[in-house]
Design a protein around this ligand. Sequence first.
Ligand SMILES: [Zn+2]
Length: 350
Amino acid sequence: MKAFCILSVFTLLGTCATEKYSTKIENLKNSIKLVDSTKVVKYANTITSKELSKHLYKFSSDEFQGREVGELGQKLAANFLKDYYINEEIASPYEGSNYYQIIPKSFFFKDIKASENVLAFIKGSEKPEEVIIISAHLDHLGITEDGKVNHGADDDGSGTVAIMEIAQAFNQAKRDGYGPKRSILFLHLTAEEIGKMGSEFYTQHPVFPLKNTIANLNIDMIGRVDQIHENNENYIYLIGSNRLSKELHYISETVNNTYYNINIDYRYNSERDRNQYYSRSDHYNFAKHGIPVIFYFNGEHEDYHKSTDTPDKINYALLQKRARLIFATAWQIANQPNRLATDKENVLLK
Ligand SMILES: [Zn+2]
């Protein structure tokens, strides 16, 4: 009997605490009001499978020799991105036509040569000091032992060309008088394949203070369909979205439910997931500093880290849809009235 009473008290307390927390979560969900919906759709629609395909056939071609960090092919890939931004008249966060954050040879181990992150920037019109980073890695695995090019069309050509198109869409909006209220940094990272060293370097030498870096949306492989989803390709894995900011998680959900209805698969977001993808791409270096992140990912497939990861195998319609989702999510974070809050800061969760 005594045991029963104690149990009852615990049960009661447990129920009250849970209800209170669920009310807070409900309030948080309800607080998210999407901004500029007509404009979001209009500019998202400038991200097209045709242009994504054009960029990706070039970026994953033999010309760039698998984009091995520090090698000629990777330098050519970095130069290709720089030329793109110059041509599009999208500025660098540095002066003039310097788009490179140079990483010296001394930062790397063994025989890795100096390399560079490539940065493009659209300054916010109202809160320029608050920065959203959209990232993807530009490097890949170089040439195989038997002389074949690792094309890396999905890994991470898909993320790279998504950023090119997302940047172009934000820039077009800006030209039309609807530039983002907060700043957006388009960050093409090097040396991911050798241990996320480009993002490690960036977070050690941030161009904008990390305390005002309000979110990182990182894209690594979004052009393919994995075996699990063969019969329903309208999906994407999201990892990390609720770890540091539930507001970010609900923004992401609301944007998707409103505009795209992609099936968001959270299985790899589980802290117990044996793949531990949360710590396996560049977003992790931002999360380590308490910056809310979302990692966008299509899962592994039979061509993962093989020379057969080629641009003809990309699902461009799906790549377009996923890139538009990321654009719309970034638009919301950049333009909503309140600064995205981490759970620690969020008054609605207090
Ligand atoms: Zn990758």
